[in-house]
Each structure stands twice: as structure tokens, then as C-alpha cells.
Unconditional design. Structure first.
Length: 249
């Protein structure tokens, strides 16, 4: 549960943004360009990609290959951008997230990187690097993913706050760890799919905050998700502030 005063402040800022909608096309285009780069760079950097923010921007805008960087690192950039476009397309439909949506996201993330496992649940036991938490056995994954999707539907029907739904969904996917690789990227994409669907800006987890991010995820694995919810809420507020700055006179 996110602190009431933080959610109230976020709701206040979102009302200002909603009042300004529809935003001028030039602002919408600039914000999308900014967040496509920001989100792609940070999400990949968290997972060890060594491309800089500027190099990520160059690849997305020109398709130029950066010397000294691996093919995988380049594919992680272009795949993530494709996944963002897929997320935005699904979010526009305002429908409940499906298992197939999640599998499609993962397939895009690992396209041409690990075709054998792209879009498929793992069939082996995995461990999370740097964590004491042991994910469920592979045989349990399909049922747990059905439960994850159902939990999203129930939370939405109950009218729970979209940020909390998004945060819990992110954590639940990481907790299940349904894939051999790409769990973090997929969880962040899924979280933002939910936020965009409800008209919220993205929660961009910045690479500089990754140790804090991991710390709060570890606490959530231990049963305390409140600090993780608050961390995600502050990430949404940061993006809200960027939107409000863009539309200010």
C-alpha cells in the first residue's frame, strides 16, 4: 500500500495533465522520443547492457552500429523499442492483459537473441542473481502465470489504484520468474502497459537507482511490498513532472 499523501499528490498532478489533454502533437512526439530512449537505455543498463544513453539514442534514431559493442547489445535496444510500440498498441485497446500479451512481449525482447526460449516459459529451475529468493519450480509456472493474469483482472474490477496494480504485477512476474532470461525487462514493460492503459506516464526505473530497486524487490520477496510500491510510485511521479514541465507555459 502506497502512502496516502504520495498517491494524493500523484493524483493531483495527473488531474492537471488530464485537463491539458489532448496534448499538442509536437509535445506528444517529443515526449515519446524522450521516453523511448530513456526507458530503453535504463531498462537495458539495469540488466548489464553497456551502451550509453547517447549511444542508445543514436541506434534508435539512425540504426547506426556502435563500434566495440556486441550484436546482442544492439538487438536489446531495437527489440526493446519494438516492445514499447507493442505495449502502446495493447494499452490503447483498454482490455485486460492476457497471458499471450506477456508471452508476446517476452518473444519480442529475446527476438534473434535467444529464439529457443523467446516467448516460452522456462522448463528448468532458475535462481535470481544476488537474491536469496528461490523462484517456484518450472512445473508450477503455467498455473502461477494464469493466477497473475487473474490477479490483474480482480484488482482492476475492485478499482484498486493503477499504480499499485502495476507495481504488484511487476513484482508478481519477477517473483514467478517465468522465463530463463528477460524477466526484468518483461516485468517493467508489463508494469508500464498497465500504467499507460490508465493514462499514467511511465515508471522508468533509472539505472543509477538499481541497487535500491533490487533492495526493495528483495524485501518484497520476503513479504514486504510496501517499499517497492512507494519506489514505483515515485518513478511515476518523476515522469509526471516531466510531462507537466513540457506543457507549462
Amino acid at each position: 500500500m502506497v502512502k496516502k499523501d504520495l498517491l494524493e499528490e500523484i493524483n493531483r498532478k495527473k488531474k492537471i495533465l488530464d485537463f491539458a489533454r489532448p496534448l499538442p502533437p509536437v509535445i506528444v512526439a517529443k515526449l515519446k522520443e524522450y521516453f523511448d530512449v530513456e526507458w530503453t537505455y535504463n531498462s537495458n543498463a539495469i540488466e548489464g547492457n553497456t551502451l550509453t544513453l547517447q549511444e542508445t539514442k543514436v541506434i534508435l534514431e539512425t540504426g547506426v552500429t556502435i563500434g566495440g559493442k556486441t550484436l546482442r547489445e544492439h538487438l536489446e535496444v531495437t527489440n526493446h523499442k519494438e516492445a514499447i510500440d507493442f505495449v502502446e498498441k495493447i494499452a490503447e485497446k483498454k482490455t485486460i492483459v492476457t497471458e499471450q500479451d506477456i508471452l508476446n512481449l517476452h518473444r519480442i525482447i529475446l527476438k534473434e537473441i535467444d529464439s529457443k526460449n523467446a516467448g516460452k516459459y522456462r522448463n528448468i529451475q532458475v535462481r535470481i542473481s544476488g537474491s536469496n529468493y528461490l523462484p517456484p519450480e518450472a512445473v508450477e509456472v503455467p498455473l502461477k502465470m494464469k493466477e497473475l493474469v487473474r490477479a490483474i483482472e480482480v484488482q482492476e474490477l475492485k478499482g484498486e489504484h493503477p499504480i499499485e496494480i502495476a507495481s504488484h504485477t511487476h513484482f508478481n512476474l519477477v517473483h514467478i520468474h517465468p522465463f530463463v532470461d528477460g524477466n526484468g525487462r518483461t516485468a517493467r514493460l508489463l508494469m508500464n502497459l498497465i500504467l499507460i492503459k490508465f493514462g499514467y506516464p511511465l515508471a522508468v526505473i533509472q539505472n543509477k537507482d538499481r541497487m535500491e530497486y533490487y533492495k526493495f524487490l528483495e524485501k518484497a520477496h520476503e513479504g514486504n511490498i510496501e517499499s517497492f510500491d512507494e519506489f514505483i510510485s515515485k518513478s511515476v511521479e518523476r515522469s509526471l513532472n516531466i510531462y507537466l514541465e513540457a506543457i507549462s507555459p
